[in-house]
Design a protein around this ligand. Structure first.
Ligand code: 5GP
Ligand code: ZN
Length: 116
């Protein structure tokens, strides 16, 4: 079985696993993280399976990162956070648990945030 066919984020992209979709186009998919560290915690992923930053094709990265401001503003409009953290874990050692490249968008509301 290939890495991609066994990947939960590839299954989310093709609808095999349900998700709360935030944004989708030809190249990029964004959806709410299952474990919301703060309200509106979103993951942005390329539609092409890429393991991590070390395997991310620069052309795919360009497409993904060009959509980040748009998606960040959509989250801001929907949830009204004060701020936002962008985070990306690469390798198990660095905290990566799903091996399909993803960028966390973590809205920040104030002192009661569960994320620090
Ligand atoms: P990582 O630890 O690799 O940086 O982040 C993986 C993230 O994927 C975690 O925050 C985890 O909650 C999220 N996640 C894992 N499985 C699913 C799933 O099936 N659906 C959604 N929406 N998020 C998931
Ligand atoms: Zn994948």
């Amino acid at each position: 079985m290939s890495e991609a066919s066994d990947c939960i984020f590839c299954k989310i992209i093709n609808g095999e696993i349900p998700s709360a979709k935030v944004y989708e186009d030809n190249d990029v998919f964004a959806f709410l993280d299952l474990s919301q560290v703060t309200k509106g915690h979103t993951l942005i992923i390329p539609k092409v399976h890429q393991k991590d930053i070390f395997h991310l094709d620069p052309k795919i990265a360009e497409k993904l990162f060009s959509k980040v401001p748009l998606i960040a503003k959509a989250i801001q409009n929907a949830f009204h956070p004060v701020g936002m953290n962008l985070l990306n874990n690469n390798s198990e050692l660095a905290g990566q648990s799903v091996f399909h490249y993803h960028l966390h968008l973590i809205p920040r509301y104030g002192k009661d945030d569960t994320f620090s």
